[in-house]
Ligand binder design. Structure first.
Ligand code: GLU
Length: 450
């Protein structure tokens, strides 16, 4: 089993090996502006650049629907504990709402709103027929047993009721949730349908275990996409991935898959940071991503990896490399940490890793950025493939998945590059602009009821 942003685990405690589980947000203080505000600012900047219609701006400025639930879960000791969960459905003009569900103590309505809006942009940008949504439960799963996490998942799905569905809103894994979580969701959702209709439950979520209706290649998809984009960027610089060195923050699913695929392509991993600390390679060939993934699976984090030296956060951020891959949580690249980076490219595997101030510093320093809505879209693209396979009753092979993924990623990369050149925009704004144009087109054609 593997978590969307975490590593494989067979332990009874679900999240003991999930690297970004409780990565703190040390660089953002209490008075930091809301995450959703940041998204709105990003929308506005891009909307201004392309002269987006006032109507579409207004529609996208707020989510279409916000579901907030409180539900009881029976703990192993027999007592009942109450939990809060959210599902925010930002926009569905392109197709069913789509986006992950995360379990984290910092989950809030504001955070889920922002993440939902990013899904709208992501799906529109890569041109798959989905809208944007996100869900979350405010919980630290590391404090629960596996059985408790299962009961929590089932009660959350029950509380959401008809707010999710195969043709309506399709969740997937995110931070601290995994294929096993998705299997529980299918099972619970199916139980709420009349027996004759249960066959359609499979497509209610994506990111399922392959043996239970998942797609091959979904587990590595986000990391694969990150690597594919780094490869495209390298080609633009007339260089090759094999010649690149890089650092990674977060060695969960996205970070570890990206690192393992980069290893196969010959790139050199210099340093890694996660919730347990930061490490640097002592050997000239860099850190072995496969061995490190094994270590994280066993011990729960990168700290103590044999042959590596432990380093401070400052040294980690100041490591000289070609590429930095943030693959943990939001708000990690701030004005402060962006100023420390000695890289040429930031490839955002996480959602929202860079604050507005961090962005300004990267821009000023001439560090290229492959923005999250583009860079980590591989996951939702293969989710789309899974959903198509479930609905068509077919199964694609690994080559088919990889090829189709690569094709979509290349188109999206070209679209952003073109938009950046056409409007003289940074890549983040260009990605938003391309996505907003796509959404505007649909509204223009469909009109607004009545
Ligand atoms: N949670 C992933 C993301 O942020 C995947 C979402 C999906 O597959 O629906 O993109």
């Amino acid at each position: 089993m593997a978590t969307e942003n975490g590593t494989a685990t067979m332990n009874s405690r679900l999240a003991t090996t999930t690297a970004p589980r409780s990565l703190k947000r040390p660089h953002v203080n209490e008075s930091a502006p809301s995450l959703f505000r940041r998204v709105q600012d990003q929308f506005e900047r891009a909307a201004e650049a392309i002269g987006l219609s006032r109507d579409v701006r207004q529609i996208l400025a707020r989510p279409m629907c916000e579901v907030s639930v409180t539900f009881p879960v029976r703990m192993d000791d027999g007592r009942v504990k109450m939990f809060s969960g959210y599902r925010v459905q930002h926009n569905n003009v392109l197709g069913p709402f789509k986006g992950g569900i995360r379990y984290h103590p910092d989950v809030s309505l504001d955070e889920v709103r922002a993440l939902a809006a990013w899904m709208t942009i992501k799906c529109a940008l890569v041109d798959i027929p989905f809208g944007g949504a996100k869900g979350g439960v405010q919980v630290d799963p590391a404090t629960l047993s596996r059985r408790e996490v299962e009961r929590l998942t089932r009660r959350f799905v029950y509380a959401l009721g008809a707010n999710i569905g195969p043709g309506y809103d399709v969740p997937a894994p995110d931070v601290n949730t995994d294929a096993r979580t998705m299997a529980w969701i299918v099972d619970t959702y199916a139980a709420t349908l009349p027996p004759q209709e249960r066959y359609r439950a499979l497509a209610v979520v994506t990111g399922k275990p392959v043996s239970a209706g998942g797609s091959v290649g979904r587990d590595k998809a986000t990391g694969q996409g990150v690597v594919d984009f780094i490869e495209m960027w390298a080609a633009d610089q007339r260089s090759k991935v094999a010649d690149l060195s890089y650092t990674v923050q977060g060695f969960g699913k996205v970070g570890s898959w990206a690192a393992r695929i980069l290893k196969d392509k010959g790139a050199k991993l210099l340093a890694v940071q996660d919730v347990t600390g930061a490490i640097r390679s002592q050997a000239s060939e860099g850190l072995d991503a496969d061995a490190l993934a094994e270590h994280v699976k066993k011990t729960g984090g990168v700290a103590g990896f044999p042959g590596a030296e432990s380093i401070s956060e400052e040294v980690f951020f100041g490591t000289e490399a070609d590429v930095f891959v943030p693959a943990a949580l939001e708000n990690q690249v701030t004005a402060e940490t962006a100023a420390m980076l000695k890289v040429r490219l930031v490839a955002e595997g996480a959602n929202g890793p860079t604050t507005s101030e961090g962005d300004a510093v990267l821009h000023e320093r001439g560090i290229a950025v492959i923005p999250d809505v583009l860079c980590n879209a591989g996951g939702v693209i293969v989710s789309y493939f899974e959903w198509l396979q479930n609905r068509g009753g077919t199964a694609w092979n690994a080559d088919e998945v990889d090829q189709r993924l690569r094709q979509i990623l290349e188109h999206a990369y070209a679209r952003v590059k073109e938009m950046a050149a056409e409007k003289s925009l940074d890549w983040r704004s260009a990605a938003y602009a391309a996505a907003l144009r796509r959404i505007e087109q649909v509204y223009a054609e469909r009109g607004i009821f009545p």
